[in-house]
Design a binder for this molecule. Structure first.
Ligand SMILES: [Zn+2]
Length: 459
């Protein structure tokens, strides 16, 4: 029994496709068979399974569980909830693996799988390995058991225990009808203060707005609620609760970079000199501020899986990723959990006497940046272009960090060029101290791209 996945669904950090087009229940069963085989061959047996509120999730879960048990794995069905609750369940139950069925922040007809084997995120070559096992029909055989096993009460209790604020806050929340709704309803009952929850009903059609807090337009309702309720802050979650968006008390968006600095200041009080990780796309402000506050700034490869792996490797108490994944290993488990990050932020804000989130944000240094720019470039060529740019820069004696693409420091600031993880494109960003400096950075980037035959940006 062999199976070929649609090649577009095997991504760097997860498996994700469009249900009925590139992703079906047959794929889900083979993910179960192949992943179960990996668990069994690593000496394990117990796999926790969770899912988000998408309409296609129950069918995919049923097929996934059939595949897993067919390899002899015992499955604990954790239920519908955020991805971090599944990761929490896997820790609590000392499971050998975990699979989350989720389309994260993507449109309603998308769905997919996030995988954890042992204590490690499962990505890159691990995902390619699943495809190899499926193509060869090389599966373990057995008959596993299935039990329903909710951990919601325990998860909410531990989240609420993490709150360390002094005064009661007014907080607006936006679940975007994603998988965080039910857990959040229980959590706000445990927290002091006044809580206004928008779109807390889990609805896989996402009738109000797209559950992606990276996009400013998805934060509109939350900003209005913060201003109308005169709230201390607003918190938004993506569809599966592993990414956070934050609105300050005046309705301004707190970027993921700014949030990381604000959280780092607090964490570094208990862990002076500790490594704090941000990804290669992050603002220079993040690294400079962490160093200024006595931390050890570390730049990691882009993407939540590499950042999670690096967090564990360096035993960093805190890490953040530009799209809003926040990883706390300080008093938490080191996985990306937007609910826990929210509780810690609330605690921090509620310990300030005269500070507000808007004022704290305004005190951060301001640089000028371009948005993320994309340049069309064939899959077969994109890594080559980055290599060409790097070798020309090396010859020129430029200051280059090549951890992921090229990040070039100049007197004006920096620019970054990477091969996209998800499409035939190059991705770039520049950040400078002044508008003129930014122009020079952009010109340097454009010249390098032109020298490799890459023309104007896609967007
Ligand atoms: Zn997500």
């Amino acid at each position: 029994m062999t199976h070929a996945f649609d090649s577009t669904i095997l991504r760097d950090y997860d498996i994700r496709g469009i249900v009925g087009q590139t992703l079906s229940a047959i794929d889900a069963r083979h993910v179960g068979l192949a992943f179960g085989t990996k668990v069994r061959r690593a000496g394990g047996r117990v796999v926790c399974v969770g899912w988000d509120g998408r309409l296609s999730s129950p069918e995919l879960v049923a097929a996934l569980v059939e595949g897993l048990t067919g390899t002899g794995c015992d499955v604990r069905r954790i239920g519908c909830g955020p991805s971090p609750m599944l990761y929490f369940a896997a820790k609590l139950r000392e499971a050998d693996g975990a699979v989350m069925v989720t389309g994260s922040h993507n449109p309603a007809d998308h769905n997919g799988f996030k995988l954890v084997l042992g204590d490690q995120p499962f990505f890159g070559p691990d995902i390619a390995d699943l495809a190899r096992l499926a193509a060869a029909g090389d599966f373990e055989r057995g008959e596993g058991k299935v039990i329903d096993d909710t951990v919601t009460d325990e998860y909410v209790r531990q989240l609420a225990d993490g709150y360390d604020g002094k005064r009661a806050l007014t907080v607006a929340w936006d679940c975007g009808n994603g998988a965080t709704g039910e857990v959040l309803a229980e959590l706000v009952r445990e927290l002091p203060g006044r809580h206004i929850v928008l779109f807390g009903v889990v609805d896989g059609r996402f009738p109000n707005h797209h559950p992606d807090p990276c996009e400013a337009r998805n934060l509109r309702h939350l900003r209005d609620a913060v201003q109308f309720e005169r709230a201390d802050l607003g918190i938004a979650f993506d569809g599966d609760g592993d990414r956070i968006g934050v609105i300050d008390n005046e309705g301004g968006i707190v970027s993921a970079d700014q949030l990381l600095v604000i959280l780092a200041e607090d964490v570094l009080k208990d862990h002076p000199g500790a490594p704090i990780i941000a990804d290669v796309k992050a603002s220079k402000v993040v690294f400079d501020e962490i160093a200024r506050m006595g931390g050890q700034p570390v730049m990691g490869r882009a993407g939540h899986s590499p950042i999670k792996a690096l967090t564990a490797q360096l035993k960093a108490p805190l890490a953040g990723e530009t799209s809003g994944h926040v990883f706390f290993a300080d008093r938490w488990y080191g996985f990306d959990d937007a609910l826990y990050a929210a509780v810690r932020l609330l605690g921090l804000v509620a310990r300030w006497d005269r500070e507000t989130l808007a004022r704290r944000r305004e005190r951060l240094p301001r640089l000028v940046t371009t948005p993320e720019m994309r340049f069309a470039c064939g899959e077969d060529r994109k890594f080559q272009v980055v290599a060409e740019v790097k070798s020309r820069l090396d010859v020129a004696g430029a200051t280059v960090n090549a951890i992921d693409g090229v990040r070039v420091d100049t007197a004006d600031g920096w620019w970054l060029l990477r091969a996209s993880n998800t499409q035939g494109a190059l991705v770039a960003r520049c950040e400078g101290a002044s508008v003129d400096g930014l122009k020079r950075l952009r010109a340097a980037l454009t010249a390098q791209l032109a020298a490799s035959g890459i023309a104007a940006p896609l967007s």
